[in-house]
Ligand binder design. Sequence first.
Ligand SMILES: [Fe+2]
Ligand SMILES: [Fe+2]
Length: 274
Amino acid sequence: MEPIYFAHLTDIHINSPEKNDPLFGIDTTAKLRKAFEDIRGLKTKPSFILISGDLTQDGDLEDYRHLKRLIDEESAKAGIPVHVGLGNHDFRAPFREGYLEEAPSEESYYYSFIDRGLRIVMLNTQVPGTHDGRLDEAQLEWLRATLDEPAEQGSIVVLHHPVTVTPTALMDSHLLQNPEDLAEAISGRDVIGLLSGHIHFHNIGSLNGIPSCAATGVAFGLDPTAQNSMDFLDNCGYNLVAVKNGQIAVQPRYLPGDYRLVYEYDLHKLSAHA
Ligand SMILES: [Fe+2]
Ligand SMILES: [Fe+2]
């Protein structure tokens, strides 16, 4: 069976340029364009692109309208479809109105699709009004039903908040709050990997033996070795993912940059702000 190859981007934190308020001095629209430019230059063209949340920084309607134009343009230029999910910086009603171009509503946004025999399940770990990550019972029930029938090449579950601890524990208080419920829902099913973002640095772990890979942010990174602060770095990266014969392989990719420290946030003042 032919391998399936796709790109996993996360944490693009788009700000409408009309606001003229660059995030830490970073032009996040330019960052996303840079990631797409890199993807267009890859020797093997990915079949699709996933973006796992924190689509915007502020979640305003104008941000999602701008994001829609930006992604439509870059997706067409690359000739690659793009599938998005939501993160703690996103807001459902303006997302639905500005990005999906449908009636605004607070309804959660999760879905699945199958491409070349591989099923992608895009979850929504948002807890509205907070920066926390959690899967509620309705979504877990939907997930169990979705996985009832195995896909030819297995399933990959995508969620904004990671499920596994990290070596330096910088963001470990910001992980999914109920990984045991997710583990139970995917136990004995065809899930071959979990992909996430939110922590803004590459990390590999596992949930009950299933590989779990977090990607660094497209908009910016965090230094995972910082001890008492969140050190925001001006870098950019994403993950390349391949699936062959039911096995997943993930290749972190960093784009050239100066890795400048753009913001230092005292962790003692932090409640949750990834
Ligand atoms: Fe983020
Ligand atoms: Fe986040």
